[in-house]
Ligand binder design. Structure first.
Ligand code: DBV
Length: 252
């Protein structure tokens, strides 16, 4: 059992219990990828496995799980809503590297500075955020340009102890996911054309930022090469632009 496997298992079984989960296609060759890294005695297999689903209101629910021994464990888990809902993204970046643990957990807002949006999608999360922040203090250094993509309930922390990941971070992950599914249950389809255009624009802005700045790009390139990495990022992890291109073609 590896550090983030229980997070992944919990998420899939919880989502299965409250959503009509459907399989989402994973491009061939990306369900599982493995490489041997290091030399001599330090050789280590690094395996990346991918999971993807969709459900009503949720365009893509996907996870990338990287397992390469005790000091290389990553679970990146994101939920992308359909473009006719104003729902935030559920974003979890759970990272363990030789330098330590790095945890990012948030409901990433479409409209960061809109008061009504904050009241709807951030304020209800603040009590959960404050509960965990006592045990999981602010993680410091953080790219300034990423700030617009996170809510005031952004849990960003670098726990010293693995036990803090197994307890506080795991509990926070469960509470954020539950709260997210409450939002999903209550969300109503948007029909106003101006609002729909704004959502699409914000979704694309988020997608482009994440695919351009993916902090895992260097790691994946080292393990699996540049070609595989770019296709994984644009064809699976952050695939909205590709999907929009496809639907534009098929509607002609
Ligand atoms: N991050 C991803 C994906 C990953 C992944 C798809 C599948 O978006 C892993 C793997 N994140 C990952 C790794 C690192 C980070 C770091 C391997 C460590 C990189 C390194 O140190 O070499 C939140 N993740 C980070 C950092 C942040 C996040 C802020 C530190 C980056 C830095 O200091 O430059 N989640 C991440 C992020 C957004 C998000 C930037 C932006 C919207 O949602």
């Amino acid at each position: 059992m590896t550090l983030y496997q229980p997070f992944l298992d919990y998420a899939i079984s919880y989502l299965t219990s409250c959503l009509e989960l459907q399989p989402y296609p994973i491009p061939e060759g990306f369900e599982r990828k493995s490489a041997i890294i290091g030399k001599g005695k330090n050789q280590q297999e690094v395996v990346t496995t991918s999971y993807a689903f969709w459900a009503p209101k949720l365009r893509q629910i996907r996870a990338a799980h990287v397992q390469g021994g005790n000091s290389l464990q990553v679970l990146n888990f994101v939920i992308f809503p359909e473009l006719n809902y104003d729902l935030p993204f559920f974003g979890a970046d759970l990272v363990t590297l030789p330098g330590g643990h790095l945890i990012a957990l948030d409901m990433q807002p479409l409209f960061r500075d809109d008061q009504a949006y904050q009241a709807k999608y951030t304020e209800p999360i603040l009590p959960i955020f404050h509960t965990y922040q006592q045990h999981l203090p602010w993680g410091g250094d953080f790219p300034e340009e990423a700030r617009p993509f996170f809510s005031p309930a952004f849990l960003w922390t670098r726990p010293k102890e693995t036990s803090a990941v197994e307890t506080h971070v795991f509990e926070a992950f469960k509470d954020y996911l539950k709260a997210y599914l409450d939002f999903v249950a209550r969300a109503e389809a948007i029909t106003n054309p101006k609002a729909l255009a704004e959502i699409k624009q914000k979704q694309l802005q988020y997608l482009r930022y994440r695919s351009e700045k993916d902090p895992a790009r260097g790691m994946f390139q080292r393990f699996y090469g540049q070609e595989w990495t770019e296709e994984y990022i644009h064809g699976f992890l952050f695939d909205l632009e590709r999907k929009l291109e496809l639907s534009a073609i098929s509607s002609h």
